[in-house]
Design a protein around this ligand. Structure first.
Ligand SMILES: *Cc1c(COP(=O)(O)O)cnc(C)c1O
Length: 493
């Protein structure tokens, strides 16, 4: 399988090169030459465990890796760092199946791909015989940063730099990052929002002069953001795994279609579900759930993308995004893989802040459905699920649940449904507590977590418990236009 840029200037790129570069030199994103597989018999895969299934899928996309190499990466990724032996358990509650993607080391779904990415990158480096230090640049809306730090800390031959919006992440998310150990790690709070951080990272990666300067200093920059194809593909796996779980437990019949609801920000997670569908997995509807930053809701319902609005800080901070990077990959597919169209739209987004897609492209969106949940609805969803079933969900998953309820009311569709459950409720204990009626007035985050644990009789995840005893290591902050300078400083240039 070879990769190409969504903006047309690069073709015939190997998967290892696409992963190492992160973003194409024309500013586009790498996509596989083919995402349609019409010969996979999914029912034959039901007996596979998560690792076996991952190997089966990755072998199809990362063809320049040998099976042994892939297996080595997979075993290093999905090990005891996950606190559930199934890696991705599926919990039936309130008439839907919650696919818990948060059992990894940082308690959010980003771990699903970020635990394997460094191992893939290390192999990729040796494949192209790169004699350079790999520098991973990451912008985060809260969860990617910690997952990437955890993944790359003290990995030989790498350095990792994370930029996060200083006032745009939860207390626990922030603590997780600024207490990160590892001599190769650098964490910087920026005065700006996630879009600023992501734009800054993209600008640095697209700055050819700077890349040359780094090259001379024996550094190569890459990104751990979901624009990296090495993150997208491992995410395809759990949709298939979730489907097979339903099949194995006789919840559905062979070939029966399901719906999938995904709380969406940068469009990476739901894009992976779209890829799974294109691979032939029986998915009927892809339901894109937004919070009050509802750009994607407008896009899917009206065909216009407009980022010219105020970014709201919500209780689901990892979805507080106005420019969803991975949407570019969807535009590529729904335009019939027309790089010219994609390039034009992206240019328009950059210059004018908005674009409109053609009628033909809108028709290609027919498998998508989108709604959004207000802050109030999000909180109500947490309370409702808890009261009805004793099951506790985080704020992001609650956005998805709330949207799912609206979808059912509107369409009457009772297709079996998987909701991507993206974070541990303990990461957002404040909102979760107040939503289920636990009094938190005047309590610290750790006290709220304790109260949540007591009320729900769920143990506090150890990744959160240990935060309390850790000291703050990273105190740097910077302006949004000084990100490049910070990179130079950290690399001693
Ligand atoms: C990142 C994140 C999301 C959004 O996922 P995208 O791939 O950016 O659409 C949703 N929930 C949580 C908890 C996240 O960390």
């Amino acid at each position: 399988m070879l990769y190409r840029s969504t903006r047309g200037e690069e073709k015939g790129i190997s998967s290892s090169e696409a992963m190492l570069k992160g973003i194409a030199s024309d500013g586009g994103l790498y996509v596989p030459d083919n995402i349609y597989f019409n010969n996979i018999k999914f029912e034959d895969l039901v007996s596979m465990d998560y690792k076996e299934l991952t190997c089966f899928i990755l072998e199809k996309y990362f063809t320049d890796f040998g099976k042994e190499e892939l297996l080595e990466c997979i075993h290093k990724a999905y090990d005891c760092k996950f606190d559930d032996k199934d890696i991705v358990p599926l919990i039936e509650s309130c008439g839907v199946h919650f696919m818990e993607l948060y059992h990894g080391p940082t308690l959010a779904f980003k771990d699903m791909a970020l635990t394997i990415l460094p191992h893939l990158l290390k192999k990729a480096v040796s494949k192209i015989n790169l004699k350079k230090h790999l520098v991973i640049l990451t912008a985060t809306s809260g969860d990617t940063g910690k997952a990437a730090l955890e993944a790359f800390a003290d990995v030989e031959g790498t350095k990792i730099i994370v930029f996060f919006p200083q006032n745009g992440v939860s207390e626990i998310q922030k603590l997780q990052m600024i207490t990160q150990e590892g001599t190769n790690t650098c964490v910087i709070g920026i005065e700006g929002n996630f879009d600023d951080a992501q734009n800054g990272v993209k600008d640095i990666l697209n700055n050819r002069d700077f890349m040359e300067k780094l090259d001379k200093a024996s550094y190569m920059l890459s990104s751990a953001n979901s624009i990296n194809i090495g993150r997208l593909i491992p995410q395809v796996v759990y949709y298939i795994y979730g489907y097979l779980n339903l099949l194995k437990n006789n919840k559905i019949e062979i070939g029966e279609k399901i719906n999938v609801v995904v709380p969406t920000g940068n469009f990476g997670n739901i894009l992976a579900a779209y890829y799974a569908k294109k691979m032939g997995l029986p998915i009927a509807r892809l339901i894109c759930a937004s919070n009050e930053n509802n750009v994607l809701y407008d896009f899917i319902n009206k065909g216009t993308y407009n980022r010219k609005r105020e970014l709201k800080l919500t209780s689901s901070p990892s979805m507080d995004i106005l420019v969803s990077s991975n949407l570019e990959r969807l535009l590529y597919e729904i335009s019939g893989r027309d790089a010219g169209i994609v390039k034009g739209l992206m240019k328009k987004l950059e210059m004018e802040g908005e674009y409109e897609i053609t009628e033909a492209m809108i028709r290609e969106l027919k498998d998508f459905y989108s709604e959004y949940a207000s802050e109030k609805e999000t909180s109500e969803a947490i309370g409702k699920v808890y009261r009805n079933s004793g099951y506790i969900i985080d704020t992001h998953t609650a956005v998805a649940y709330s949207v799912y309820e609206k979808y059912v009311v509107k369409t009457g569709d009772n297709t079996k449904t998987i909701i991507a459950s993206t974070a541990s409720p303990f990461k957002f204990a404040g909102t979760v507590c107040s939503s289920v009626g636990i009094d938190i007035e005047g309590f610290s985050d750790f006290e709220m977590i304790k109260r949540l644990s007591k009320a729900t009789e769920i143990n506090i995840p150890s990744a959160i418990k240990i935060l309390k005893s850790k000291s703050v290591i990273h105190r740097n902050t910077c302006r949004k236009n000084n990100m490049k300078l910070e990179v130079e400083k950290f690399l001693g240039m």
